[in-house]
Ligand binder design. Structure first.
Ligand code: ADP
Length: 485
């Protein structure tokens, strides 16, 4: 029996509306493919605009009641969901590997990380603060309180099928908002299973809906045009984020946008090169490079460039490529053929522009959407790979001479999500971290994600923060009540 056949009886594959699975009004289904084999795992229900409005009806029906549910009660449900996700960690991890491709150890880490948002926001649900103060004239009193934004739409990507959902669902529920989730079409199964887990945790029907759809706008556009929806939160490409911001103007929606990145990873000549190589492995190869925080441009000081490049090449060349559920796999397949073609085109373009291939540089023959882990050195600054998000296991190295040159190169992008710097000079670390135009900076570390930290970008990388004490604010409106005592 295959791993998927073992999981199949416990997996919802219908739409999740009103606390249960249901068939779509138009009856459509679409396939979910295992990217390691190219084979169809199963089919799931395909939501239409009519289903979206059903889900919004049910969210609106329970919105007030959910907002009035004691914060402690909301907290307990989130905490129970955290426990249940961990109880089902092995199944969730296997499911993510099968529908998305990442190596099983990475899926297991994602389950723990994704679950942490449920625990964190269970703790934040009971700490929503306001204030009471006297106006400067002494005459008035100012009461500031926080209220849930209302029904929200979350649109999530395929690269972290669980965590990108929990990072939005948990703060929304903690704040007292209802939420409709439109998961990525490549990875709907993980989110459907999470909906089931929430129901098992005691979440009232209607508070959370999950609508897989082959045609995303068919579901999202009617919701964004409906005056009852109050917010959209999105993780995905900058292109789609811009469309959603434009569509959000119709009803003046609150928006949270986690968009594309083009993270610079800067290694100064005073860095511990071995530590920088370790960091680059994490920043580049985590999730097969399919992360918006992935190091897109490795900017390395010329005096240490050859050493760094040779050591990184040795590490990357030693990675085992294979199906994510095979023992010993380090790097799984790309999520689909489109993604693999994008990666191949960026590498080919860089090579044509003069980059040197130190390892990899090609797709892997055979079934599945594999691309060989790759190191490119001497990548010209104007190659397309330096301005586009690679989203694959490709490290692109460019040398620099001065700190000013490195900072200018790092900031030479319309994106501003994450940046990484390696240096042993504290003054330099603080100076450069200050000068970088990004929402997040890693100093001598290659992974930034932390449930307790605000994750978010500036410039065209997005609006708002997820996680930390900031995360719940995205789902709260500020209300001022003025009075004269
Ligand atoms: P990627 O290129 O990484 O797949 P996308 O931005 O295309 O990123 O997709 C992220 C999410 O946005 C997915 O859930 C996808 O279905 C959804 N999406 C794609 N296009 C649109 C659109 N025009 N309107 C609303 N959602 C969309």
């Amino acid at each position: 029996m295959s791993e998927f056949d073992r999981l199949r009886p416990t997996l919802p594959t219908g739409l999740w509306i009103d606390g249960a699975q249901t068939d779509p009004i138009d009856g459509g289904r679409f396939p979910v493919v295992n990217p390691a084999t190219g084979e169809v795992l199963t089919e799931v229900s395909d939501a239409s605009g009519k289903d979206a409005l059903r889900a919004l009806d049910s969210a609106c029906r329970v919105q007030q009641e959910w907002a009035a549910t004691p914060p402690r009660q909301r907290s307990i449900i989130l905490r129970t969901a955290w426990e249940l996700v961990l109880d089902r960690a092995a199944d969730l991890a296997m499911l993510m590997t099968l529908e998305m491709g990442k190596a099983l150890p990475e899926s297991k880490s994602e389950v723990v990380y994704g679950a942490e948002f449920l625990r964190w926001f269970s703790e934040e649900a009971v700490r929503i603060q306001g204030r009471y103060t006297t106006s400067p004239t002494g005459a008035g009193r100012i009461l500031v309180t926080k209220v849930p934004v209302g029904p929200c739409l979350a649109i999530t990507p395929w690269n972290f099928p669980l965590a990108m959902g929990t990072r939005k669902i948990a703060p929304a529920l903690a704040a007292g908002c209802t939420m409709i989730v439109k998961p990525a079409e490549d990875t709907p199964l993980t989110m459907l299973l999470l909906a089931q887990i929430f129901a098992d945790a005691g979440l009232p029907a209607g508070v959370l809906s999950v609508l897989p759809a082959a045609n995303a706008p068919a579901v999202t556009e009617p919701l964004l045009a409906d005056p009852r929806l109050r917010k959209v939160t999105f993780t995905g490409s900058t292109r789609v984020g811009k469309l959603l911001i434009a569509q959000s103007a119709q009803q003046v929606l609150r928006t949270s946008m986690e968009l594309g990145g083009n993270a610079p990873f800067v290694v100064f000549d005073d860095a511990d090169v071995d530590a920088a190589v370790d960091g680059a492995m994490a920043a580049k190869m985590r999730n097969g490079g399919e992360a918006c925080t992935a190091a897109n441009r490795l900017l390395v000081a010329n005096p240490v460039r050859e050493e760094f490049s040779a050591k990184l090449t040795a590490r990357i060349a030693a990675l085992t490529v294979g199906a994510g559920d095979e023992q010993g796999t380090d790097v799984g397949p790309m999520v689909n053929e489109v993604q693999r073609k994008n990666v191949a085109a960026l590498v080919d373009g860089a090579v044509a522009a003069g980059a040197r291939v130190r390892t990899g540089g090609e797709a892997v023959e055979g079934p599945g959407f594999f691309y060989r882990p790759t190191v490119l050195d001497q990548v010209p600054a104007d190659a397309r790979i330096t301005s586009q998000e690679i989203f694959g296991p490709v490290a692109a190295i460019t040398g620099f001479d001065t700190e000013d040159e490195a900072v200018a190169a790092a900031n030479d992008t319309e994106y501003g999500l994450a940046a990484y710097i390696y240096t042993q000079n504290l003054d330099r670390a603080l100076r450069v971290a200050d000068a970088l135009e990004t929402g997040m900076v890693g100093v001598n570390r290659g992974v930034l994600s932390d449930v307790a930290a605000p994750f978010g970008g500036v410039k065209q990388s997005g609006l708002g923060s997820e996680g930390g004490t900031e995360g719940i604010e995205e789902y709260l409106d500020t209300k001022y009540i003025g009075f004269t005592p």
